[in-house]
Design a protein around this ligand. Structure first.
Ligand SMILES: Nc1ncnc2c1ncn2[C@@H]1O[C@H](COP(=O)(O)OP(=O)(O)OP(=O)(O)O)[C@@H](O)[C@H]1O
Length: 239
């Protein structure tokens, strides 16, 4: 479902160029729980945001269900992000003057919310354990509860892909466990593909895909030319 082929991302800062990704190739099957791990500065978030068409690679291809994100126009990329991708951020990014249910409905606000969409938002909030907090505002919710609202918001449009950047980074470890339990339950009950950047490997199970990044490449790919074919050696999938 997702094919990343020989992707480079270079940032210019002053006279220096930083190659955040250096010809990275990987494959993520539909419905997988995939973790992007690796040292700080290795390119994890850069890869995640490329998958969400938040930014364009300098070179390479990113195919999502056969469509090349890089060849899309700005308008097509906006549609892709709006319709196909749910984002979960470390800092929740809720709107403070909206209730929990209205925060979940944010993706639909520009075009008007239907009764079916509202019902889906209420159902998702109930499934993440916030059925009795629908009208609470973010300041009335704990960090873990706010992240649960953000998870419901990411899933309400039934996206193809959910991208999470350190979703438990601002939470204590017990709350973090709870967030991963919820993410996993929601992911297993749908065919959504979930890609999570994390420093915390506690949540990885043998069923998950682990993309280990080092220096802008999958670990182990350093000595090899990036190839659009074959299984990159940094991919481990214990199935
Ligand atoms: N907008 C930017 N401009 C210049 N350099 C950038 C930019 N974004 C990222 N970089 C650089 O690209 C490299 C990879 O950054 P990235 O954020 O993807 O790493 P990361 O693995 O997610 O790190 P962390 O775990 O610390 O969040 C780093 O050297 C970073 O400084």
């Amino acid at each position: 479902m997702i094919d990343v082929v020989d992707v480079w991302k270079s940032y210019k800062s002053g006279t220096r160029t930083v190659d955040a990704l250096r010809g990275l190739t990987c494959h993520i099957e539909k419905g997988r729980f995939a973790f992007i791990v690796g040292p700080s500065g290795s390119g994890k978030s850069t890869l995640l945001y490329m998958l969400g068409a938040v930014d364009r690679p300098t070179r390479g291809e990113i195919l999502v269900e056969g469509r090349n994100l890089i060849a899309m126009s700005e308008a097509e990329q906006n549609d892709y992000r709006r319709e196909k991708v749910g984002f979960i951020f470390q800092s929740f990014n809720l709107i403070s003057n909206l209730s929990a249910v209205d925060n979940v409905l944010i993706p639909f606000l520009p075009r008007g919310v239907t009764a079916e969409q509202r019902a889906r938002a209420v159902d998702l909030l109930t499934r993440v354990g916030l059925g009795d907090r629908l009208d609470h505002h973010p300041y009335q919710l704990s960090g873990g509860e706010q992240q649960r609202v953000a998870i419901a918001r990411a899933l309400v449009k039934q996206p193809l892909l959910v991208l999470a950047d350190e979703p438990t980074g601002e939470l204590d470890s017990k709350t973090g466990d709870e967030i991963y339990r919820i993410l996993r339950a929601l992911q297993e009950s749908s065919d959504t593909t979930l890609v999570v950047v994390t420093h915390d490997r506690r949540f990885i199970t043998p069923r998950d895909l682990v993309l280990e990044i080092q220096d802008g490449l999958l670990a182990g790919d350093d000595a090899e030319p990036a190839s659009p074919h074959g299984l990159p050696s940094g991919v481990s999938a214990a199935e």
